[in-house]
Write a protein that binds this ligand. Structure first.
Ligand code: ADP
Ligand code: MG
Length: 517
């Protein structure tokens, strides 16, 4: 048989011609040469080849040489097998991207023959394409991923700015220069009056807040609360109050900071907010809330040492309810605010100003509500209100926590108790009582939840209203109001707005002394 039977030869021209001469000298070379010359020396001998091109009929053909070729058509490689009549003429040519051929000389030798993925030019053009794909596809994916990442980062930063503006406040001393230029020689009033607030909120721009905070000198500790200390500090010669939160009450700091900075809360009867700051000292976090300083201290402190006349009593009561109305009412428009319920109203959280009006402090537990989409923001403070001031529905855990009205109704319960504390210290017919906290005669100091629950829910007790109040028209109205704050049924209680209207009317009747409720 042609080609000495068993050995089929296929060749790229480079192998065949370039090496021919050298091989003559070796045994392998001789053998190859012998095989190469076979077709020429035995031209008549035919081989059967696998065939898949016309005019083959039964998948085989007879020829001098079997071949397998590959050609590029419409961007795709197709492979063909068949017979050729002349080896040297047809089996030449470098393998190209467009066309390549391999030949062999034994029977059906092209049956299993195919193209190795070799050959410089083919490989190159392949790898160029692959390379492009390998670069472009990941690059595109990276670009898309990067875009998405940037977008979510931007959203996060925007949210953080709104909620936790002071997370990155450890600029340390490097911002000393900034301090001087940002705050300059302004007074507190200048700063707060300037139209440079945080936008929607009632605070200063965050950088100014931090800068100010770091220029404050703490002077004396004026109070210790359940979760921290309050200091009198001095900023540019002016008094400020600095509430330093203990780290276990950081949620109150977050919440209060958040509410003051997202909501327009400037009101005569809400404690004036100045700044918040978070610093890292000796690996512990310090949380500061800086507000106006009121030297009279809390209403609780004030009532210990001061007795009131009717006018002062009404002024305190009226100012507190004005502050509470401002909190409770949702305001619309660009200068609007959501409705806010305080949830920890008590005489310790109310401060007395020099004009004998009050302002409400401590918004660490507050909840916000907006009618737009019925949005209720309860925050995530694990702290609970003060047990002594808890409404029955809070103590027996029947409060509808998903309903904003419920929170306002608990504020009203607490307002009634504060009113009771104030009226006890009001002189009527020359009589006045010592300061006492609500339920002082029914529960021990620092009562437990269960002790409060028994008195307020099971026994349905309310503080005893002093009889002497009924001998004064204004004070008897206040007595009536407090009782209407203490209905067991939350919805039966007065609203803050209703109380405010009544007290305003009482106030105007004081001017022209004709009280009528
Ligand atoms: P509590 O945890 O009992 O509510 P706070 O920590 O809110 O107490 O306040 C503790 C005390 O610090 C108050 O009772 C009051 O005497 C004083 N205090 C708080 N804020 C101010 C302020 N802005 N100006 C003056 N005194 C304040
Ligand atoms: Mg407090």
């Amino acid at each position: 048989m042609a080609g000495s039977g068993a050995i089929g030869l296929f060749t790229w021209k480079s192998q065949q011609t370039g090496n021919g001469g050298k091989m003559l000298h070796g045994a392998i070379g001789s053998l190859l040469l012998a095989m190469l010359t076979v077709p020429r020396s035995v031209p008549a001998a035919k081989v059967r080849c696998a065939c898949d091109v016309p005019p083959c009929t039964n998948a085989t053909c007879l020829g001098q040489v079997c071949f397998v070729s590959r050609s590029l058509q419409d961007g795709e490689h197709t492979q063909s097998k068949g017979c050729l009549s002349n080896y040297l003429e047809n089996c030449k040519g470098y393998p190209m991207e467009e066309y390549a051929i391999r030949c062999c000389l034994s029977d059906m030798c092209n049956w299993n023959l195919s193209f190795p993925v070799k050959g410089k030019q083919i490989q190159n053009s392949f790898s160029l394409k692959n390379l492009l794909l390998m670069i472009l596809v990941p690059l595109l994916a990276l670009l898309v991923l990067g875009g998405l990442l940037m977008l979510s980062l931007w959203k996060l930063v925007r949210r953080c700015k709104r909620q936790l503006p002071f997370r990155h406040s450890d600029l340390g001393d490097s911002d000393m220069m900034l301090k001087a230029s940002v705050v300059g020689d302004s007074t507190l009033q200048d700063l707060l009056n300037e139209d440079c607030t945080t936008g929607s909120g009632s605070g200063l721009p965050f950088l100014v807040q931090r800068t100010m905070a770091r220029q404050i000198t703490l002077v004396e500790c004026v109070g210790k609360g359940r979760y921290g200390e309050v200091w009198r500090g001095v900023w540019h010669g002016e008094n400020v109050a600095v509430k330093i939160f203990s780290s276990r009450d950081e949620q109150s700091w977050f919440r209060e900071t958040e509410i003051y900075n997202t909501v327009l809360l400037r009101h005569d009867n809400i404690l004036g907010y100045i700044a918040s700051d978070m610093t890292s000292r000796n690996s512990s976090t310090q949380l500061w809330l800086i507000t106006h300083y009121h030297e009279n201290g809390s209403l609780y402190d004030y009532l210990q040492r001061t007795v009131l006349d009717t006018e002062a009593c009404l002024s305190l009561a009226c100012s507190i309810i004005c502050g509470l109305v401002h909190l409770h009412v949702e305001m619309f428009g660009t200068q609007g605010k959501p409705a806010i319920a305080h949830r920890d109203l008590k005489s310790r959280n109310i401060l007395v100003k020099n004009n004998r009006e009050c302002c409400i402090a401590d918004l660490g537990l507050a909840v916000m509500h907006s009618q737009d989409g019925d949005y209720l923001d309860i925050g995530n403070n694990p702290r609970v209100g003060t047990k002594r001031y808890m409404a029955p529905e809070v103590l027996d855990e029947q409060i509808r926590t998903d309903c904003f009205e419920s929170y306002k109704q608990t504020d009203i319960w607490a307002y009634g108790l504060v009113l009771w504390e104030i009226t006890r210290r009001t002189v009527v017919n020359g009589i006045v009582e010592d300061y006492r906290p609500p339920f002082f005669d029914m529960v021990p100091s620092d009562p437990s939840f269960e002790e409060m629950k028994k008195v307020v829910c099971t026994d349905q007790q309310t503080p005893t209203v002093p009889n002497r109040l009924y001998s004064d028209s204004i004070l008897s109205t206040l007595a009536k109001i407090m009782k209407e704050c203490w209905y067991q049924s939350p919805s039966a209680r007065l609203t803050a707005l209703r109380i405010k209207k009544t007290l305003k009317k009482l106030g105007s009747s004081l001017e022209k002394p004709k009280a009528d409720y």
